[in-house]
Design a protein around this ligand. Structure first.
Ligand SMILES: C[S@@+](CC[C@H](N)C(=O)[O-])C[C@H]1O[C@@H](n2cnc3c(N)ncnc32)[C@H](O)[C@@H]1O
Length: 416
């Protein structure tokens, strides 16, 4: 194990994540509507019998929540910190004993390095790998992406989150360096004094934190910097090896590991903002590439991506003749009977179509009466050209709204 990996192991052994006073209080990643609504049930079902790897599980919060939420799911949690793994093992034992989940709860926790190929291979293959708030702390990120890719079965997908250069911690570290206080010295102070009342920082150091927070202002995103618990300061703010990479670097590295960006949290909303006549050059791109592009344009403190091992060819939107032979089908969240009947007085004027089906977040697609008529003709067997003919319009009049429905995952297109 490298020296930097050893140092992250020591950090999380001294301060298992999350800190005891924050357990059960954090917003769960599984409550993110993007994951639970827009992505998982519709495209990557987490259901009975599925195997899920929680990579860097800490004390097991997400793993336990999965077990409680989805009956019959099999969860494996892996973490480098033995105290964190022990806490997760105690928690699952408690769940089985106290909540009567003995039949349903199948979670086990293993202490291992995610970049160790042999240890990872021994765990088998998974439908879903959740790697949330971990990749930033793994020095050899390419090795990590390779083992995560190797842990997927044929249709598996990796959920990966990481902090970007726009994360407030980057500005805080910069400020401390400018003050002549190397951030790593604060991380070491916090770690050395874990478990003590001071949380490892002297009153003067705490005061300095508050000063930096005030200097960065509300826009710095860290108004509560001076009050953060020691483990958050040590790992998230002062940890010297955190990558803080721009999203496209992760996408490029993932590609080298054989993973394709299948979607990102910003994709749908960002795409909706730029749909106009300038989109034509983008039409040949797959959804993942579009997401990557928009993430480069958007500033966000962290990025949430889905990386898939399968490479689906994008439909040929730039070649209408060929596109016409592809077969569209409506997503289950958009049942044909839920499509409104719009009068054709103004067939070319785009109007917002709000799609809300139980269990899914609302999606808005701008569409015209003409393209709506095309969507109504979709039955999963006809070609797009046939649907357009039934609707009485030319393909060139509707391909753009069809494209919108496709990037929003409301419409699937199958090659002939
Ligand atoms: C900030 S915590 C996040 C924990 C959890 N994923 C969550 O969202 O609550 C990062 C965790 O990643 C683990 N970790 C870091 N590098 C690792 C590696 N190479 N192998 C296994 N676990 C690792 C740490 O021990 C720590 O528990």
């Amino acid at each position: 194990m490298s020296e930097s990996s050893r140092s992250i192991q020591q950090l999380y052994e001294a301060l298992p994540w999350p800190p005891p006073n924050a357990r059960g209080t954090r917003r769960s990643i599984l409550l993110s509507s993007w994951l639970t609504g827009a992505v998982f049930p519709r495209r990557y079902p987490i259901a009975h019998g599925r195997r899920v790897l929680v990579a860097g599980c800490g004390c097991g919060e997400s793993a336990l929540e999965l077990v409680k939420t989805v009956a019959g799911i099999e969860v494996v949690g892996v973490d480098l910190s033995q105290p964190a793994v022990s806490a997760a093992q105690d928690a699952i034992a408690g769940l089985e004993r106290d909540d009567g989940l003995a039949d349903q709860a199948t979670a086990r926790f293993v202490c291992a390095d995610l970049t160790n190929t042999d240890d990872m291979a021994a765990l088998g293959s998974f439908d879903l790998v959740i790697c949330h708030a971990v990749a930033d702390y793994v020095p050899d990120r390419r090795a990590l992406l390779t083992t995560l890719a190797g842990a997927l079965n044929d249709h598996g997908v990796v959920y990966l989150s990481a902090n970007t250069p726009d994360h407030p911690a980057a500005a805080v570290r910069h400020a401390f360096n400018a003050l002549g206080v190397p951030p790593v010295s604060l991380a070491q102070a916090v770690q050395a004094a874990s478990g003590t009342d001071s949380g490892g920082l002297t009153p003067v150091q705490r005061q300095t934190l508050r000063m930096v927070a005030a200097a960065l202002g509300a826009g710095g995103g860290v108004p509560e910097l001076g009050e953060l618990p020691a483990s958050v300061l040590a790992a998230d703010v002062f940890y010297p090896f955190a990558h803080h990479l721009p999203p496209h670097q992760w996408v490029t590295d993932a590609r080298d590991a054989g993973l394709v960006l299948a979607g990102s949290r910003v994709t749908s909303s960002a795409i909706a903002d730029v749909l106009d006549s300038a989109v034509l050059p983008l039409l040949g791109l797959c959804k993942g590439a579009l997401g990557e592009l928009f993430q480069r344009l958007r500033h966000a403190p962290s990025v949430e991506m889905l990386l898939s091992a399968s490479r689906a060819e994008p439909p040929p939107f730039d070649d209408l003749k060929t596109l016409g032979s592809w077969v569209p089908s409506l997503d289950e969240s958009l049942p044909a009977h839920a499509l409104p009947e719009w009068s054709a007085d103004q067939p070319d004027v785009a109007r917002p179509l709000r799609v809300q089906s139980p269990g899914y977040p609302e999606v808005t697609v701008h569409t015209t009466a003409a393209s709506l008529a095309v969507l109504r003709a979709v039955d999963g067997t006809r070609t797009l050209a046939d649907c357009a003919r039934i609707a009485g319009v030319g393909l060139q009049d509707v391909y753009r709204p069809v494209w919108r429905a496709w990037v929003s995952d409301l419409l699937h297109l199958r090659s002939p």
